[in-house]
Design a protein around this ligand. Sequence first.
Ligand code: UDP
Length: 327
Amino acid sequence: MVLVVGGAGYVGSHVCHALRAASEPHLVLDNLEKGHRQAVEGSPLVVGDIRDPNTVKRVLAEHMPDTVMHFAACIEVGESVRDPAKYYWNNLYGVLVLLEAMREASVERFVFSSTAAVFGEPHYVPIDENHPTCPTSPYGDTKLAVERMLRAFDVAYGIRSVALRYFNASGAQPGANIGEDHDPETHLIPRAILAALGRVPPLVVFGTDYDTPDGTCVRDYVHVSDLARAHLLALAHLRADGPSRAFNLGGGEGRSVREVIESVERVSGRKVPHSFGDRRPGDPARLVASSKLIQSELGWRPRFVDIDEIVSHAWVWHSAHPEGYRS
Ligand code: UDP
């Protein structure tokens, strides 16, 4: 049985969907601050906060999971600069409480949502696992700190882990009635779609003078259902006594902001109202993953690499749920 901490969020709910499809017993622990109850219909849910040791200890003692997956993090780079305490408190202290409770309950497998933000400004692309880690935000700092904590906890306490460093999670599981619903929504694909639907003001393209083919930033959009499958492979790896690992996870192709806008226009048949603005502080020009390591070690392959296919799944979700789960 798997404890899915933060399972009611965007990536977590897709992992729960994959766990249900695999008939894998699991339980969601989520404080529902950012998560949505409707996102985990069909999965058992306990509402609680990982920063409360008593809650975590009780859940572990009652349900005795063999593995914990962690998604319960704050994820906004800009916010982490303005309010780093929130990030250290939730993303670092929360994980420490969880790991300490796991240690006490002898739960020795952990799958961790990490991020491309652990790398900071890239020295080369595609970014592989040998690339130096040098985060440029408190958000990235907290994720890297947890990765380091996990390495030490493996050596000292035998807790084995897989850290999955997502690049740009996007899309939605077709036919599952789950999708992206952040408040506020800052990500490019949902913002472009919501702008096309007239739900948000016109999109502002952050910077057109980058050293990229069309001057806008290039990112690696990886389908959230492909991310979800990587979690199940990580689970199998740990259950087969595989060693602790950190893997990069991307679709493997860089797409510029302009290309994403064009894709949304093709898929939706609508114009994306947009203007061109200044660079957003902290945005590297290009972030593209090499996912070769997880491909060779766990056999992971992204199923959805075509940007129009990824955007079309996001479009189906957002056009049916223009106000997210409130719709
Ligand atoms: N972006 C943009 N306008 C927006 C939101 C994002 O131009 O309203 C750009 C952003 O600068 C980045 C890319 O789109 O180059 C992806 O940004 P997102 O916030 O989706 O993900 P990130 O790469 O920051 O994790």
